[in-house]
Design a protein around this ligand. Sequence first.
Ligand SMILES: *Cc1c(COP(=O)(O)O)cnc(C)c1O
Length: 383
Amino acid sequence: MRKRYLMTPGPTPVPAEVLLSMAEPIIHHRTPEFSSILMRTIEDLKYVFETKGDVLIFACSGTGAMESAVVNCFSPGDKVVVARNGKFGDRNFQLAKTYGLEVVDLKYEWTSTVNPDDIAAALRNDPDIKGVFVTQSETSSGVLNDVKAVGEIVRDYPNAILIVDSITGIGAVDCKTDEWSLDVVMTGSQKGLMLPPGLAAVSVSQKAWGHVEKSKLPKFYFDWTKAKKSLGKETTPFTPPVSLIIGLGKALSLIREEGLDNVIRRHSVLAEATRAGVVAMGLELFAPPEGRGNAVTPVWVPEGIDGGKIPRIMSDKYGVTIAGGQDEYKGRIFRLGHLGYFDRFDIITTLAALEMTLDELGYPVELGIGVAAALAVFEENPI
Ligand SMILES: *Cc1c(COP(=O)(O)O)cnc(C)c1O
């Protein structure tokens, strides 16, 4: 018998009570019963997004929400800033290009944070800029970008909105949508929300609705105006993923029970313990100290070790699935996820499997050294 452990930053593990809630017989979506679940779930999403504005949901992965932001907020030829320092920032760039937007490209190394001063300079230099795209938690690199600082800049430009991919930020780090003036924020179900893949949520500020009114890009399924209008009637424009929304209701009730601040604190302690564990093994962290998120810990593959083998042995031999590097960092880094339904002993399990794997690959590691370092963090920071 081998137990399986899903230790990636998406999809993430799903609590048993959430899985069970989704196993109930399907109810029809045009019923008062479903409407009440839907509206309660939207309210709970507002709690997690820290907004009093609109939150819309769509049956799609996170990328669908990203695409919806482009087609709902802009018109062909609109000028936008895309600040990117990883694979998901690159996706914003590709989406903007796909829809014929003119992109002011702020491209950084994957090991750097986005510099808000560059965004301020771009906006100052060009009054035509209508939007700024930033990834809060870059899952490909573990880098956390300071979207609060960017919000303070963009809020002074009445013609520009700030669009934040917080797909692995929400539920893991602070993402204060209203307080930080984040106009559009999005997340996906298979990340911090502790659900299977298939659902995405997006918040829309009043300023962003102003853009939506002027937008000329074509849209149908992802039409925010239609979604908002339907929510006004306590329903959705098309058949919603009924089971996922019921599961989301359950997952959000777990988050409410724990309290959002405690959820974020738990993630911060798990991330700290993971970092302490890998550093104790003599490994090097990928993300810079000034910008490390709580969702995932990317680690450099040590010199002389075949990077592809680390996730493979961990999964095949120990049942622990972690993520490899993406794009140019494939085989050069590996990524340990700790997002959503994770507690202390998930970190201990991952670190123990990593030690055994490195040992097998001939990397000199004293078994238990990373585990001990993580335990020390947990002793100091009860969660
Ligand atoms: C997962 C993720 C996405 C969306 O990816 P999908 O596979 O479409 O769900 C976008 N941005 C970030 C930062 C992510 O982690």
